[in-house]
Write a protein that binds this ligand. Structure first.
Ligand code: IMP
Ligand code: MG
Length: 175
């Protein structure tokens, strides 16, 4: 595995994001929404650096192949707390094509929040298919497949404490 961001670098990036979020929202209460499953570790670290009163909610986003060959996104919002008139921050692990964050945003919009912000740990360059503004970004990365710190390849590697790029020998070890 090639390390792209070490634990220390990740913590520095998350501190930077938290500082920006603290500045933006000041002491106003904030409802942080964890996009399951990839952002679970990021959210755990990020919210411990936030200084306003924080409520926590989660949505589950998954893509599946419907009757057409294009993948469709399913967003489950049934675990959310009441968002009426609140400041909301949607947190995902990575912004790739943008379809996931955009779909989650679309599902949350009708729920009455006063403000909806978005944050991602990683923003992958050259892959965007939608014009969508992300408010807080940890790191920008080139177009490569990364794992660790919540991100998976076929369900594994989420528990790595760093972000890495899979090399062919890693795949052989996991056969
Ligand atoms: P998007 O909908 O194309 O923006 O993709 C976002 C989702 O795809 C993320 O929440 C991840 O679950 C997954 N994903 C995209 N790129 C990577 C990657 O490099 N490693 C692991 N998962 C990824
Ligand atoms: Mg994900």
């Amino acid at each position: 595995m090639k390390v792209l961001f070490s634990e220390e670098q990740l913590q520095q990036g998350i501190k930077r994001m938290a500082d920006e979020i603290n500045q933006r929202f000041s002491s106003e209460p904030l409802t942080v929404i964890c996009v399951m499953t990839g952002s679970i570790i990021l959210v755990a670290d990020l919210i411990r650096r936030l200084e306003m009163p924080v409520k926590l909610g989660s949505v589950h986003a998954s893509s599946y192949y419907g009757e057409t060959s294009r993948s469709e996104l399913k967003v489950d919002t049934s675990m959310l707390p009441d968002l009426m008139d609140s400041n909301v921050l949607i947190v995902d692990d990575i912004f790739d094509t943008g379809h996931t964050l955009s779909a989650v945003h679309q599902h949350i919009k009708p729920l009455g929040a006063a403000n909806i912000g978005t944050a991602v740990l990683l923003y992958k360059h050259g892959r965007q298919e939608l014009d969508f503004q992300v408010d807080f970004i940890g790191f920008e990365i080139p177009d490569q497949f990364v794992v660790g710190y919540g991100l998976d390849y076929q369900g594994i590697y989420r528990n790595l404490p760093y972000i890495g790029v899979i090399e062919s020998q890693d795949l052989a070890e996991n056969q």
